[in-house]
Design a protein around this ligand. Sequence first.
Ligand SMILES: Cc1cc2nc3c(=O)[nH]c(=O)nc-3n(C[C@H](O)[C@H](O)[C@H](O)COP(=O)(O)OP(=O)(O)OC[C@H]3O[C@@H](n4cnc5c(N)ncnc54)[C@H](O)[C@@H]3O)c2cc1C
Length: 508
Amino acid sequence: MTSNEITSIVIAGGGTSGWMTAAALSHHFTSTFPDKKIAITLVESSQLGTIGVGEATIPTLRRFYQKLGFTDIDVIKATNATCKLGIEFKGWTDNNSNFIHPFGLFGQGTKEVPFIHYWLKAQKNASTNSNDLNDFSLGVNLAQQNKFFFPPEKPNSQLDIFDWALHFDAALFANLMREYSVNHGVQLIDNIIEVVNISPTSGNIDSLTFKDGTSVSADLFIDCSGFKALLIEGALKTGFDNWSHWLFNDSAVAVQSKITSTPITRTISQAKSAGWQWQIPLQNRMGNGYVFSSQYLDKESAKASLLADIDGDILHEPRSFTFTPGRRKKAWNKNCIAVGLSSGFLEPLESTSIALVETAIEKIILSFNTPHYNDNDINRFNEVNALEYERVRDFIIFHYKANQRNDSPMWQRYRDMEIPEKLAEKMQQFKETGNIIRYPWEIFGADSWLAVFNGLNYLPTNYDARADKMDNDYLQLHLEKMKKIIKQQVDNAPTHTQFLVKYCGYQP
Ligand SMILES: Cc1cc2nc3c(=O)[nH]c(=O)nc-3n(C[C@H](O)[C@H](O)[C@H](O)COP(=O)(O)OP(=O)(O)OC[C@H]3O[C@@H](n4cnc5c(N)ncnc54)[C@H](O)[C@@H]3O)c2cc1C
């Protein structure tokens, strides 16, 4: 098997994914091989823009920038960010319904039996529905009341565990990553890539030629050119798995608006007749967008619907996007790795695109514990990447499959559609046993699935019989205790605004 040595890397594209890749690789190579200079160059064009959306994240983002040495406060201050405890889904069952998918746990189980089974037992025996699952989640309760504090480093019990992410200005975050990269030796070329030159013998990418006739060559190329996928698809014709038979949304219209109240700690996803509308609160503005299916709504109607549901004055003309859900058949092909939109796209219902950028970067770093790669590295990367995309895809599909809306034929079509096998297995297992199957490389854990299962009223018919070892009265006593512990923490917590003022210099 050939071992390919790396002495130079070119990153094509300077959006969020390009600069995150540059920052992480410059950190990795300078700290892992201090004596071996690996030249990293990023090509972007000041004449071409970035996608300019992508502002809701999940907690993995925090781990990403912490590894580079940034604190949460550094990033919040630099990017006008707010704290995000989860996503509130409105109208996904009936029009007045809502539920929160928090980044945190529900309840405290025993060593043998997860909490969900005790909760199901209590539900079965309760004369009234007195135990709302949400009462057992600190994350949900903080989010509902718009309160925030740093999660304890050493939690007393599972009841104290929650996590958080950011709503941030993606352009400011890319600037932060750019500054870090340049300070860590990344060379920047401002030019337009016109030709991707392929070696006739190896089929590898040799070099990129720019509009002014100059060129750059490297051993390894990272395609961060966005939806254009200039290298991985334009040049290498890698192929794309199209998932639009499961996810009908293929369009979005987005606009920023003035903020009209104090920023909240959750992203809003409001279901609408042909898709859903997001609200992402930053310190200084609100991000809004309608993700929809062009089979059920035209662009102008989507725009009108979006604007009708925005409180504050809009800050610019709405922008339109079209996309195809799916992933590149191989994210690593020859000497080219696709990261970000060039490697695939899943609609931002669970804010996962930037998280998939992070996991791609992590895998690149794992492949380069020595400055070489071989076919095993490529195959492993592609295998894991495919699973990560598919597991996120299935989580998103579940939201649609379990919807209960009737305001357009789209929602019925989702309910009727065949779903991927692994998702069908997970749903069936939960329905019949209350157990949540964990697949390798899933980004979302059992409590995330539980939040969405419960929020969409998809509940099991049975529970683990071992929960019956606990007497009903004793169980109810414990449940009441848990609720009390959570309520006390929420009562004592500062508001999100107080938190931002105290730590982040926010001026309401
Ligand atoms: C409607 C919508 C909403 C989204 N919301 C979220 C969200 O809430 N959360 C989330 O995690 N993600 C979200 N995303 C995804 C997120 O925006 C992207 O994953 C993220 O911004 C990374 O994009 P990128 O860097 O891969 O591509 P881009 O931002 O498109 O960057 C591509 C780069 O390549 C450069 N380039 C292209 N062609 C050339 C050329 N010929 N020469 C030189 N340079 C070139 C461009 O100038 C740019 O610098 C959303 C996406 C869409 C479409």
